[in-house]
Design a protein around this ligand. Sequence first.
Ligand SMILES: NC(=O)C1=CN([C@@H]2O[C@H](COP(=O)(O)OP(=O)(O)OC[C@H]3O[C@@H](n4cnc5c(N)ncnc54)[C@H](OP(=O)(O)O)[C@@H]3O)[C@@H](O)[C@H]2O)C=CC1
Ligand SMILES: O=C1O[C@H](COP(=O)(O)O)[C@@H](O)[C@H](O)[C@H]1O
Length: 519
Amino acid sequence: MSTGSSPSSRRNSFRSESFSDEKDLELPPEYGCLSIVVLGASGDLAKKKTFPALFNLFRQGFLQPNEVHIFGYARSKLSDDDLRERIRGYLSLGKGGSSEHAEDLSKFLQLIKYVSGSYDSEDGFLLLNKEISEHEIAKNSQPGSSRRLFYLALPPSVYPSVCKMIRKYCMNQYDLTGWTRIVVEKPFGKDLNSAEELSAQLGELFDEQQLYRIDHYLGKELVQNLLVVRFANRFFMPLWNRDNIANVQIVFREDFGTEGRGGYFDEYGIIRDIIQNHLLQVLCLVAMEKPVSLKPEHIRDEKVKVLQSVLPIHNEEVVLGQYEGYKDDPTVSKDSNTPTFATVILRIHNERWEGVPFILKAGKALNSRKAEIRVQFKDVPGDIFRCKKQGRNEFVIRLQPSEAMYMKLTVKKPGLEMSTIQSELDLSYGLRYQDVVIPEAYERLILDTIRGDQQHFVRRDELKAAWEIFTPLLHDIDDGKLKPLSYKPGSRGPAEADELLSKAGYVQTHGYIWIPPTL
Ligand SMILES: NC(=O)C1=CN([C@@H]2O[C@H](COP(=O)(O)OP(=O)(O)OC[C@H]3O[C@@H](n4cnc5c(N)ncnc54)[C@H](OP(=O)(O)O)[C@@H]3O)[C@@H](O)[C@H]2O)C=CC1
Ligand SMILES: O=C1O[C@H](COP(=O)(O)O)[C@@H](O)[C@H](O)[C@H]1O
């Protein structure tokens, strides 16, 4: 394997480098026969994200060929080789596509087996269980000590029946060190009631410790960095509150439309697709109090408290948009009221954040692709340098692309004159960490699932609190009480969104733009 060091040494070093104390995580042993089952293996997510993440873990030695087997499961009639050919093109060979990597690829593909079956009949799941058991026997696994990971890369409508089948036919006996874990993809429901119903159905079948509700934004490097930056640095502690911060923006922009996913998207819209989950999760990490420890439950307790402190949304603090041409997609309804853009202001009713607007903004088919957190500070009191003219201090965390953290600040313009300009303190990851390859979010999260670390997964009460915030607004949109404004593809979205921003107190710095530094 081409990792430069032996696979097992890489795996152990991953654990020891992690900043969590192992006793905080109460991790079970990380060995024994491991079967990873990708349900919906014929689909889009599986080929674009799940299998590539598994391949990268394999290449780095986190999946050991003598322990692991990977099963694809779906209704499509495919052979093992058909599935391998389908995903081959999505498995990156790394820099230069060396022959060493080509060897890894072929070894990885050989670990994959395909089982065809439906999502609600016992035949397919009996067959799947038989295949998994044969693999476990071949690896001399002690009964009860094997690990079975089921990744549901499927439409949520089939989660209940699939989970019933797994529960009935495919469980590991976890009386020894083994386990069965289920990863479910978003969207977890469409509103509070449907999410609660889904949670109740899955909750009857599995314990919360077995369920991993994935939100891939929680696996992004700079999102994972948020707690460290906030709670390991003295700088931020006294500043991170309503006395100093004027407003916080959490922004997601894509420069392409719903391409190929119009049917799915039209049922959900940008609030359910991005804001209720990805951006709200980021908000929790920006706004939460310091947890008692790094134990997943302590962190998630604090996230729930933030969500429960969010006040009901005022519809006047919402701007919706739909890009021109969205309805040309034949899978989208001709009279669709679905927003492809939204700006929503959330207000947190607690001692730290009273009066500070949290502006969540997401849009498709805009003029750029980026995701960032922008914390804008208040004006300097008793200003003697005309700082206001230069623009406010901002702390920006660029989640993607070009991961970075930078602070916009006013400095003396270099030279003989005593004048000021706006500049930045810049930690651009591409420049500072040149030798580090930032892992894909899915890679990290799948590894967490194998390790039994639920910190970066959404707990049931978190999910409920998140739906409580957005359900009234979503129902108003579904009922046509709120209509999206039209905007041009490739634009900033509706102009009304910028007006709302300035009404909320955001002060834009004109004439200043941060350019990611290049090597
Ligand atoms: N694609 C993406 O980029 C992302 C997807 N997700 C989520 O991941 C999950 C999977 O997404 P994606 O791969 O795009 O979905 P797909 O539409 O590609 O579906 C995955 C597989 O599920 C089966 N399937 C599709 N529709 C149905 C149906 N109505 N009933 C039963 N089976 C069906 C098909 O397999 P077969 O017919 O062979 O059984 C299909 O190959 C979803 O929950 C999605 O919201 C989350 C983030 C990003
Ligand atoms: O979950 C989703 O995320 C993607 C954007 O993910 P990113 O990691 O590229 O930022 C989005 O395109 C998709 O609509 C949504 O379902």
